[in-house]
Design a protein around this ligand. Structure first.
Ligand code: 5GP
Length: 186
């Protein structure tokens, strides 16, 4: 796939809590030709999250083994857990859909952009820091330290937004989805 289909890759990124997954879900409802890669993580599942749907949940030793086996296209350590996109995921999605979206954090996104310069990258900005804090806190299962750490990480991540092809402020969901839809269907 790497040569003929790389133009079909879309990166939807932004700080944790900026609404990436909500935006992607609404986008996928509007555009049946786009599918999302399922990431692999060592984070524990949150309530309602399903293995193989939200993530492939694996142990740290399994993750390290997959790094050794060169199975990841990109991987990062984020908030004390590993996250990564398996090479096989791009093929799986592009076998089924015309376009593949990676909904991932900033370092992974920039790594993918280096590997596939023609991939289209979109940075979603929260409308304000207060909104971001509320969105992160509302996930639950997070200590105050986790929340503060994620806020600090988010601030650093937002400084990198100009490295993306597009910046979209995620304030009103419908408007954000319309903007991202127009970007990917240009
Ligand atoms: P969460 O624990 O909130 O589900 O995810 C934490 C962060 O990791 C989010 O910004 C999410 O987009 C990002 N993330 C999820 N999967 C991947 C992945 O495969 N690679 C990278 N680089 N980041 C990911």
């Amino acid at each position: 796939m790497e040569n003929q289909k790389k133009g079909c890759l879309y990166i939807i990124s932004g700080p944790s809590g900026c609404g990436k997954n909500t935006v992607f879900d609404a986008l996928a409802a509007k555009d049946p030709h786009i599918g999302q890669t399922v990431s692999t993580t060592t984070r524990k599942p949150r309530d309602g999250e399903r293995d193989g749907v939200d993530y492939y949940f694996i142990s740290e030793s399994e993750f390290l083994q997959k790094i050794d086996n060169n199975e990841f296209l990109e991987h990062v350590c984020y908030a004390n857990n590993y996250y990564g996109t398996l090479r096989s995921e791009i093929d799986r999605v592009l076998n089924e859909y015309e376009k593949a979206a990676l909904v991932i954090e900033i370092n992974g996104a920039l790594n993918i952009k280096k590997l596939y310069p023609s991939a289209v990258s979109v940075f979603l900005m929260p409308p304000s820091l207060e909104t971001l804090r509320e969105r992160i806190a509302c996930r639950g299962g997070m200590s105050d330290e986790d929340l503060e750490r994620r806020m600090q990480t988010a601030l650093q991540e937002m400084e990198q937004r100009y490295l993306y092809d597009y910046i979209v402020v995620n304030d009103i969901l419908e408007k954000t989805v319309e903007d991202v839809y127009n970007i990917i269907n240009k």
